[in-house]
Design a protein. Structure first.
Length: 424
């Protein structure tokens, strides 16, 4: 199923599929309206009198004005989007461009303007001195009013999209939602069933790319149908080479025609580039990229890095309190059917704090805020998380000492890590 939808999945997130579908839908709506005008136009004009009464010249002028305005504004919208792309790539992070292309406001605005242009052009084509489609002209005016309101909202959204704090908060909210889905529930604290130890059969991929998503339900059904266990070898977001093994199976499947291998491959969404779909590490890397660019000598914007750090710790809060659930999928008899490698709490904290600590060496303001973030997480974390956070606190002090700070600065930083034991 995933295999047949891969290219569609790429396009639907950009500025092609959604705007095109909206524009075609509005354009297609002109056909039944023109038919209604042919059938009931004179009666409608008689019933409403001067409210809908239009001469041929007036209708033609109104429609041509709407069509011209719509196509002109559409070019302006795309120009503004390109300006935002340029600003985002240069000042925030190039990988944010994927978020902008998938923004629904941009897509709806482009589709509405394109559809209004096609609608007005089609109705204008049908206007004749002996036939003035009053219903269609009225609808064109309503579409013009609608695209003016949408344009105002679009400008408001664009002005916010180049505000870095807004983007940091938006990415953090997505990251927090994804982490919450992986937070371990209370009933999962019990011991998990043990998977098989031997996986002799390997399944290789037929293409290179990033593993963006896994159809867990389809994998589970395949494993139950063939009475075996499937172990995935790559996490979401990892790059896979053509011919590389992506899964192991607890025994060789019964079919000899390779149908089982193809079914396994079809449950894996491998794309040429990474997306944010279900990929926690990718969202962490986005926030991290913003912070590292802000800490670079060329930008030197420590407060943007602090904002990224604060939002990351907010997203991590549920994970350090409860831990992350296992990714093993078991059947009703407690037999493990699918093993999916996931992001552990160690991986998540290491991904975020190691690069930040290294980039902040010598920047006492940033190091102090890293210490504050670790202290907040340690205060709410469980025992396992507290041990990990303590190790990061120790590394932070070591990095600070290696940068040669004043004794007063080092003592001040040490005070901001009260959870560390003396001399640790």
């Amino acid at each position: 199923m995933f295999h047949s939808l891969r290219r569609h999945f790429i396009n639907i997130r950009g500025l092609i599929t959604v705007p095109g579908a909206i524009a075609l839908a509005i354009w297609a709506f002109s056909v039944p309206l023109l038919w209604l005008d042919h059938q009931y136009g004179p009666q409608v004009e008689t019933a409403f009198g001067s409210l809908l009464g239009l001469s041929y010249e007036t209708a033609a002028d109104v429609l041509s004005t709407i069509a011209t305005a719509a196509i002109t504004t559409l070019s302006l919208v795309y120009s503004l989007v390109l300006v935002v792309f340029t600003l985002a790539a240069g000042n925030i992070a190039p990988r944010l461009l994927k978020l902008f292309t998938s923004d629904r406001v941009n897509q709806v605005t482009a589709g509405l303007l394109g559809g209004t242009f096609l609608f007005a052009l089609t109705v204008l084509y049908r206007v004749r001195p002996d036939f003035v489609p009053v219903l269609s002209v009225a609808m064109a005016i309503m579409l013009a009013a609608l695209f003016v309101l949408q344009l105002i909202y679009f400008v408001h959204t664009v002005s916010r999209s180049v505000t870095i704090d807004e983007e940091i908060a938006s990415i953090s909210a997505q990251l927090e939602r994804r982490i919450l889905k992986m937070v371990r529930e209370d009933e999962e604290e019990a011991s998990n069933p043990r998977p098989p130890l031997d996986f002799p059969y390997r399944i290789a991929t037929r293409e290179s790319g990033y593993l963006n998503a896994v159809d867990e339900d389809a994998l589970y059904r395949l494993a139950c149908e063939h009475d075996l266990t499937v172990r995935l070898l790559s996490k979401q977001g990892e790059f896979i080479l053509e011919g590389q093994a992506v899964a192991k199976v607890s025994r060789r499947p019964d079919d000899q025609d390779g149908e089982f291998d193809r079914a396994i491959r079809d449950t894996l969404l491998i794309l040429p580039s990474r997306t944010t779909v279900g990929d926690i590490e990718y969202s962490i890397n986005l926030l991290l990229e913003i912070a590292l660019r802000a800490l670079s000598p060329g930008v030197n914007d420590t407060f943007t890095a602090i904002a990224s750090l604060d939002r990351m710790t907010a997203a991590f809060s549920a994970a350090v309190r409860h831990g992350l659930r296992t990714r093993d999928v078991s059947d009703e008899d407690a037999v493990v059917r699918v093993e999916i490698p996931g992001l552990s709490l160690d991986d998540m904290l290491n991904t975020a704090f190691h690069p930040l600590r290294q980039a902040a060496a010598g920047n006492m303001l940033m190091m102090q805020h890293i210490a504050d973030a670790l202290t907040r997480l340690h205060e709410i974390g469980n025992q396992r998380a507290q041990a990990l956070i303590s190790s990061h606190g120790t590394l932070l002090l070591a990095s600070c000492k290696a940068s040669g700070p004043l004794d007063e600065d080092y003592a001040f930083l040490e005070q901001r890590l009260p959870f560390l034991k003396p001399g640790e």
